[in-house]
Design a protein around this ligand. Structure first.
Ligand code: NDP
Ligand code: OXD
Length: 303
């Protein structure tokens, strides 16, 4: 059972070593494959258009947490995502930072700094700033724990409404109950048919006036024009975005120079090569044992 990795040479080197240590075969150069029928798993960000060249392919493994960049796969091919543990910790760190930056008015202080203004702004206790998290999966759960530890009251929203310690989690029909109590709203949803464009005028209108937005899900979930209108009306006070619509954000896009918005270029997480390779080993071993591989996605749900 051979895994084919489509990635950069530096990553290929790490994966080759980890697979050798695990005693499993790996290919990192599609041109060097003698018999394509030996390839059972393809690890990549995006697969080649024609997968029929690998007639025994069992699974495609995304090297990132998201799978929205993947095309529709034939029904017999599983779609997995990376569960490399560094991913959720890095996004958690980024989202805690973003939440604290908006909580402590850093965009306003950055705007004041541009003009050399030394002026304090009113301070709010974390216990008085309610946070709502859209998406209570691997990242959302970890983030919620950190924010609870910092004293923020946290509510979460997920498809299932599955309970999470210390957090009130609402299911699909509870979105409004989360929004109405979200002074800071954090989006960590996967991009699916149901979540595309979810951060729009209607959603912003359901937030308390002057709320803050943190977005690290996917750019296509955000209507940037609606966000701008909400900022202009004061419905939103500020936003911190790791993902934008479109992506990359063009150099002359209005959002870059809007003092109410802080942007990072989709860098909240990067899959650690070693951890990614170890997860891929676990995927291959599970397939060899006839077990469900870790990180397998629900194709119908889209994540
Ligand atoms: P998970 O699959 O572990 O969690 C997804 C969460 O979203 C689950 O709680 C799920 O509900 C919920 N959800 C999905 N669809 C809906 C819906 N229609 N309505 C309500 N809730 C929904 O994903 P991760 O936490 O690992 O990652 C989340 C996303 O973060 C990724 O898909 C990716 O888009 C983004 N990401 C961004 C990165 C960056 O660098 N900016 C890095 C890594 C990830 P349920 O629990 O019921 O299944
Ligand atoms: C991911 C990402 O999905 O980096 O891993 O966005």
């Amino acid at each position: 059972m051979t895994l084919l990795l489509k990635s950069l040479p530096a990553r290929a080197e790490v994966w080759s070593r980890v697979f050798a240590e695990a005693g499993l075969p790996i290919e990192t150069d599609p041109e060097a494959i003698a018999d394509p029928a030996e390839i059972s798993v393809l690890a990549c960000w995006q697969p080649p258009e024609d997968l029929s060249i690998y007639p025994n392919l069992k699974a495609v493994l995304s090297v990132g947490a998201g799978v929205d960049q993947m095309p529709e796969l034939p029904p017999q091919i599983m779609l997995c995502r990376s569960l490399a543990p560094g991913i959720e910790m890095l996004v958690r760190d980024w989202a805690v930072m973003a939440c604290l930056m908006l909580h402590r008015d850093i965009p306003s202080y950055m705007a004041q700094a541009e003009k050399g203004v030394w002026q304090g702004l009113p301070v709010t206790l974390s216990s008085q700033r309610r946070v709502g998290i859209l998406g209570m999966g691997r990242i959302g759960k970890l983030l919620a724990q950190s924010l609870v530890d910092l004293g923020f009251p946290v509510r979460g929203w997920s498809r299932s409404g599955r309970p999470v310690d210390g957090v009130e989690v609402f299911g699909q029909d509870g979105l409004d109950r989360v929004l109405v109590q979200s002074d800071i709203l954090i989006c960590l949803l996967p991009l699916t048919d149901e979540t595309r464009g979810i951060l729009n005028a209607d959603l912003f209108a359901a937030l308390p006036k002057g709320a803050h937005l943190v977005h690290a899900g996917r750019g296509a979930q955000l209507d940037m024009a609606d966000m701008r209108a909400a900022l202009d009306s004061g419905q939103l006070a500020s936003a911190m975005l790791d993902v934008t619509n479109p992506e990359p954000l063009p150099a002359d896009h209005w959002a870059w120079s809007d003092p109410r918005i802080v942007i990072t270029p989709h860098v909240a997480a990067e899959t650690d090569a070693e951890q990614g390779a170890l997860h891929a080993v676990a995927v291959v071993k599970a397939l060899m044992a006839g077990e469900t591989p870790p990180g397998v996605t629900n194709k119908a749900a889209g994540y």
